[in-house]
Design a binder for this molecule. Structure first.
Ligand SMILES: [Zn+2]
Length: 462
C-alpha cells in the first residue's frame, strides 16, 4: 500500500501539470492562433498557400487589386498599378512585412479557430478587404517617382483615409525579378518606405523648431537676423544653401535660413526641443490599422552646442519617417491635432462588415491651436511667395515646406523632401514625399507631390 501511495503522488502531480499545460496551450491558441498561422515561420503559408482561396483586396472605388481564381493569386491587369500597389498589397510571399497580404493573411484566407485552414472550401469565408487607397493616385505617384528610390503619402486629414502610399523601388508581384536579392536597383524593395524608412528630415524639421519657438520664446516672430550664408555656433560653422540676407521669422522659414533656426534651437535648449519633437511624433511609433511604423528619432542627449544647432534644421542624428511627417502636417492643418491615418476601409465577411480594430482616431495635441494656425499661415505664404502654388496644383490651395537633407555618411546627393496640406474644405489632404538623393526638395520632391495632388483633384472632383 505504502509503495502505491508514493507512486500515486508523482502521477497526480504530472496529471495536474498536464492539464494546466493543456489549458495554457488552448488559451494561447485561442488568443494567438490567427497570428501564428500567418507568421513567416509557418511554412504552410509561406507561398501561395493560404491565398489560393483568399478574399479579394479592393481599392476605395472597388477596383480589384488582388483576387484568387482556380487556386491562383492574380493581381490587377495593369503593370504599373500592380507595381504601384505592391508595397501596400504585397505579393504571395510574406517578405513585405507591412503589406496587407502579410498582416491580414489570416482574415483573407478565412482561417477558423476550430477548423484551422482545414475547413472544406464551401464553408471557407475569407474576408474581402477594401482599402482606402485610390489605385489611380497610387499609380500617378509611382510613375512620378520613376527610377528614384523614395516614398509618397497622401491622406485625408479629416477622415484619416490614406489615398496614396507609394514606395520605390517596387516590382511586379506576378513576375518577381530573379535578381531581386542581388541587384542594387531593388535595394529595400520589400520595404514600404512610407512606414518603415526614416531619413534626415532636413529643413522640413524647421516646422518643429518653429513650433517650439512660437510656444516658448516671447515675440519670436519679431526676431531678425542677418544671414551671410554661414555662421559659427558652438565653435563650428552652420552653413546655409545661400545667403538669405536680412530675415524675420516668416521670411527665415520661407527662404529656409539654417542660421536663423540653428540659433533658435540653441536658445530653446535640449529640453524644449526634445519636448516639442516628442509631441510631434518623434521617439514614438504609429499603428496604422495594426501595421506598426518605424520610429522617428530626435535624441540630443549627447549633442554639443553645434550638434544642437544642426538638430534644429533636421540634421545631426535626426531621422523621420514619411508617415510621421505627413501626420504632423495634418496636425498643423487640423488646429494642432491630427486624425490618425487609416488604410482599411472595411473588412467584409459573408456575415457582414467587420470594423477593423482601432484605437482612438485622434492624436494627442502636437502643438497649441495658435501655433498650428501661425504655421499654416507661414506655409501658405511660403507657397504663394516662394515655391508657387501652380508648381503643386492649380486646383487646390497648398501650404508646404520643402527640405534638402544632407546625408551624413557621405553617401551621395542630399535627400529631397516636401510636406504640406491643402486648405480646400472638400479635399482636405496632407502629404509628405521623399526622394532619396534627389538633391533638392523643390526639384525632386515637389513634382511627385504635384502628380499626387493633380490626380487627387481629377478623381475626387469628377
Ligand atoms: Zn541663412
Amino acid at each position: 500500500m505504502r509503495k502505491t501511495r508514493t507512486r500515486a503522488l508523482p502521477v497526480l502531480i504530472l496529471t495536474i501539470a498536464f492539464f494546466v499545460g493543456l489549458a495554457y496551450f488552448v488559451f494561447n491558441l485561442s488568443v494567438h492562433s490567427a497570428e501564428w498561422v500567418s507568421m513567416p515561420i509557418n511554412g504552410h503559408l509561406s507561398d501561395t498557400d493560404g491565398l489560393e482561396n483568399a478574399g479579394m483586396i479592393l481599392d476605395r472605388n472597388g477596383v480589384v487589386l488582388a483576387q484568387s481564381e482556380n487556386g491562383q493569386r492574380i493581381y490587377h491587369e495593369d503593370y504599373d498599378i500592380r507595381c504601384a500597389c505592391l508595397p501596400v498589397v504585397g505579393d504571395n510571399s510574406v517578405n513585405n512585412a507591412t503589406a496587407v497580404q502579410t498582416v491580414y493573411r489570416s482574415d483573407l484566407s478565412g482561417y477558423n479557430f476550430v477548423f484551422g485552414l482545414g475547413l472544406p472550401e464551401m464553408f471557407k469565408s475569407g474576408k474581402n478587404i477594401t482599402l482606402t487607397i485610390d489605385s489611380s493616385i497610387q499609380k500617378a505617384a509611382y510613375e512620378a517617382l520613376g527610377n528614384n528610390k523614395g516614398a509618397a503619402v497622401l491622406f485625408n486629414y479629416q477622415t484619416g483615409e490614406i489615398l496614396c502610399m507609394a514606395s520605390t523601388p517596387t516590382y511586379d508581384p506576378e513576375n518577381k525579378p530573379e535578381d531581386i536579392e542581388t541587384n542594387k536597383n531593388y535595394d529595400g524593395a520589400y520595404i514600404n518606405r512610407v512606414l518603415s524608412a526614416a531619413y534626415p528630415p532636413g529643413s522640413t524639421f524647421k516646422l518643429v523648431t518653429a513650433a517650439a519657438a512660437l510656444e516658448n520664446i516671447k515675440d519670436v516672430e519679431k526676431r531678425e537676423y542677418d544671414c551671410t550664408g554661414s555662421d559659427v555656433i558652438g565653435g563650428k560653422p552652420v552653413n546655409c544653401f545661400e545667403v538669405n540676407g536680412h530675415v524675420d521669422f516668416k521670411d527665415a522659414l520661407m527662404t529656409s535660413c539654417n542660421g536663423y533656426f540653428a540659433h533658435l534651437a540653441v536658445d530653446l535648449g535640449k529640453k524644449e526641443m526634445t519636448s516639442q519633437a516628442d509631441s510631434m511624433g518623434f521617439n514614438h511609433t504609429w499603428k496604422i490599422d495594426g501595421i506598426e511604423t518605424a520610429k522617428s528619432t530626435y535624441d540630443v542627449a549627447k549633442a554639443n552646442e553645434n550638434d544642437l544647432a544642426w538638430s534644429g534644421v533636421g540634421q545631426y542624428t535626426v531621422l523621420e519617417t514619411p508617415i510621421n511627417m505627413a501626420i504632423r502636417s495634418a496636425a498643423i492643418a487640423g488646429g494642432g491635432t491630427a486624425v490618425k491615418p487609416i488604410l482599411i476601409k472595411n473588412l467584409s465577411a459573408s456575415f457582414g462588415i467587420a470594423a477593423p480594430d482601432r484605437e482612438s482616431q485622434k492624436t494627442k495635441a502636437m502643438m497649441d491651436a495658435d501655433t498650428a494656425k501661425k504655421l499654416a499661415e507661414f506655409m501658405d505664404y511660403t507657397v504663394d511667395n516662394y515655391y508657387g502654388n501652380g508648381n503643386f496644383c492649380d486646383s487646390f490651395n497648398v501650404c508646404a515646406k520643402t527640405g534638402t537633407a544632407e546625408v551624413s555618411d557621405g553617401g551621395g546627393d542630399a535627400h529631397g523632401w516636401v510636406t504640406g496640406f491643402t486648405t480646400d474644405e472638400d479635399c482636405p489632404l496632407a502629404f509628405a514625399v521623399v526622394v532619396e538623393h534627389g538633391n533638392s526638395g523643390f526639384g525632386a520632391a515637389v513634382p511627385v507631390a504635384s502628380a499626387m495632388l493633380n490626380e487627387a483633384a481629377n478623381v475626387l472632383r469628377d
